[in-house]
Design a protein around this ligand. Structure first.
Ligand SMILES: C[S@@+](CC[C@H](N)C(=O)[O-])C[C@H]1O[C@@H](n2cnc3c(N)ncnc32)[C@H](O)[C@@H]1O
Length: 284
């Protein structure tokens, strides 16, 4: 069953003002894509959103479901830049839903809903999902071999929510290999069990197996260095706001997030983790 609502709230409900201090202005909590060496995090996040819209074949006037929509960065992009007719987001975090509602984005709706309970009234033209799959299976479920069935169930559901011919723009973190030293193993354990309880990153081959028989992989691109650079920028911004974070959220929150982001920088650098963007087409 992956992360429960209580566990997701541990990950995302520290406070909207906390995340606003160190994410980009739209509050993307996933990897950006750096197309040029001098780009800012803000520009690189827009590149990511554009690529995912292209992978999902998002067209003006169409309807899109964004699964695990965070604070609404992708919904906002699809509404304002891609001129969709309707973008609907689902998240398990009440704080994120509050932020999306506050933004009053045209043609955007959102709800606090587990994807396993989502039943849309109408089918969508396209789907996007940016780093939600990490919440689908728990470490225990992955160890006991249940994760592929859970991923396949997810792909089946998204297939059932979309119209024939739909494309699905997907971004996932990848688990490539385990560290061989104690400190790196403990740091990844801290990120897995303290920062994102109930979830685990996927292996590329598990996704390739699980999309069948619902989706065909049309394109896939890995972007390990981009996530390394994104988490490095988040870490710098977190440290730039250290005094404010200590005053408002305390030493433990600062230390936990400093350790988590340092772990990410190291994990992408050492190939423990990577990132993939996928363009999937419905099999009808
Ligand atoms: C790492 S965040 C990514 C947010 C956003 N896509 C972005 O790019 O910033 C993962 C998101 O998945 C959502 N999520 C986790 N488990 C979920 C579930 N079972 N059903 C729906 N959303 C879920 C969380 O609430 C959160 O919004």
């Amino acid at each position: 069953m992956g992360s429960t609502q209580d566990q997701v709230e541990v990950s995302y409900d520290v406070g909207n003002e906390f995340f606003r201090l160190w994410l980009d202005e739209r509050m993307n909590y996933t990897s950006a894509v750096y197309l040029h060496p001098n780009e800012t995090l803000e520009q690189a996040q827009l590149n990511k959103l554009r690529i995912l819209s292209e992978y999902a074949h998002v067209q003006p006037g169409c309807s899109v479901i964004d699964i695990g929509c965070g604070w609404g960065a992708n919904l906002e992009f699809m509404s304002l830049e891609r001129k969709v007719g309707r973008a609907h987001g689902i998240t398990l975090s009440t704080e994120q839903w509050t932020e999306i509602t506050r933004r009053k984005i045209p043609n955007v709706t959102a709800e606090v809903r587990d994807y396993k309970e989502f039943k849309p009234a109408e089918k969508f033209d396209a789907a996007t999902c940016i780093c939600m799959m990490e919440h689908i299976a728990s470490p225990e479920e992955a160890r006991s071999g249940k994760h592929i069935d859970l991923y396949r169930d997810f792909f089946r559901r998204v297939h059932s929510w979309t119209k024939p011919g739909a494309y699905f723009g997907l971004q996932t973190i990848l688990r490539n290999r385990m560290p061989r030293n104690k400190k790196d193993i403990e740091d990844i354990g801290h990120a897995t069990y303290v920062i994102f309880p109930g979830g685990i990153t996927e292996r590329m081959e598990d996704i390739v197996i699980a999309v069948n028989p619902y989706w065909e992989v049309m394109e896939m691109k890995t972007r390990r260095e981009d996530y390394g650079r994104t988490t490095g920028e988040w870490l710098k911004r977190l440290r730039d706001h250290k005094t404010e974070i200590l005053a408002k959220w305390g030493q433990k929150v600062f230390d936990d997030y400093d350790r988590y982001l340092s772990t990410c920088v190291n994990a992408f650098d050492k190939h423990y983790q990577s990132l993939a963007q996928w363009s999937l087409r419905r099999i009808d």
